[in-house]
Design a protein around this ligand. Structure first.
Ligand code: AMP
Ligand code: MG
Length: 321
């Protein structure tokens, strides 16, 4: 089984190729700006522009042609509709033209599945921290369940907004990590059960910036406060579900300080901490391809293929575990 996976839910257009459990190619291009954030129509234009070249490069790097592909998967949910439509149309067109079965997968679940594949985690609590998402997830009672999540914006988006407002450009997370040093300034720490909220922290940090607090100290304090909140809710979910592994996924998993704090928490409770390596932690096509392999029996008629921008992971029936 050789599956081509197409990702296009947000800022990244990616094509990955997976053969059984091996990633043969993972090529992507991510929309970035020097100033300002991401506008859905700009994302769609970006994806449209790069899609043919990304596919060609993925095939080349796997040393394959379209005739070797037995399955195409695309990210059908959740995401920004204008961006997702580019992937959907591309996947349908390829499926029709080359007569290959097509399967739509949930992008968030793909993050979890590629995490398991790459790290070897068996049944972890997942901490999924991307641009729009901040969720604590675990497999329980036959489904992936969300035990806790952000009540307002995702941590990545919060960092991106802060960065944009103080003129650092997009994506903001890596820039904030580089700048983070100095004195801790107190920011609202907001945990409710296993839920978190970041809006108050963002508002206060922006106010302090206008009042002249150095950006380095604010970057440092945003990280320390937000990451401590995540460590607290992840630990609560591990205790509640009695799971002995924690798997960090999503673009924010690239952050070294976050990994360090979660690692300490896991050590203290005799659990194992896994961080998904950079190549597989953010949005990319290999995770869509691997999820396609897992759901290969669920291929659909390309004419009926669609997107579902608001599907949540607990709505997905898990047939492959
Ligand atoms: P994703 O939506 O999973 O592709 O993740 C993208 C998000 O990850 C963006 O909001 C980035 O700002 C954030 N991000 C990427 N690298 C880092 C980092 N080193 N530290 C914090 N956030 C990061
Ligand atoms: Mg993502």
């Amino acid at each position: 089984m050789i599956c081509l996976g197409i990702e296009s839910t947000a800022h990244t257009f990616g094509c990955g190729i997976v053969s059984d459990k091996k990633v043969l190619a993972n090529v992507k291009d991510t929309f970035t700006t020097e100033k300002g954030g991401m506008i859905p129509s700009d994302l769609a234009r970006h994806h449209e522009k790069v899609k043919d070249e990304i596919l060609a490069n993925a095939l080349k790097s796997a040393n394959l042609s379209m005739s070797d592909i037995n399955l195409i998967s695309y990210s059908a949910a959740p995401g920004l509709a204008p961006a997702m439509m580019v992937g959907l149309r591309f996947a349908k067109e390829l499926a029709r033209k080359h007569n290959i079965p097509l399967v739509g997968v949930n992008h968030s679940i793909s993050h979890l599945s590629i995490g398991d594949l790459i790290t070897g985690a068996k049944d972890p609590v997942y901490l999924y921290v991307s641009g729009p998402n901040t969720q604590v997830i675990a497999f329980a009672g036959g489904r992936f369940r969300v035990f806790g999540e952000t009540l307002d914006l995702g941590l990545g988006n919060m960092l991106d907004k802060f960065a944009r407002e103080i003129g650092l450009g997009f994506p903001g997370g890596p820039k904030i990590e580089q700048l983070a040093k100095g004195k801790y300034v107190e920011l609202p720490y907001s945990v409710k059960g296993m839920d978190v909220s970041f809006a108050g922290m963002l508002t206060k940090a922006l106010r302090l910036f206008k009042e002249g607090v150095p950006k380095e100290a604010l970057c440092f304090s945003l990280q320390e406060t937000a990451f401590a909140m995540l460590a607290e809710v992840a630990e609560r979910a591990m205790a509640h579900t009695d799971k002995k592994e924690l798997l960090l996924i999503g673009g924010v998993a690239a952050n070294k300080r976050l990994c360090q704090m979660l690692n300490i928490m896991c050590k203290e409770r005799n659990a194992r901490f896994f961080a998904v390596p950079l190549e597989f932690s953010g949005d990319q096509g290999a995770m869509i391809a691997w999820q396609g392999v897992l759901q290969s029996k669920e291929a659909i008629d390309p004419e009926k293929a669609d997107i579902n921008p608001y599907e949540r992971i607990d709505e997905v029936e898990v047939t492959w575990r």
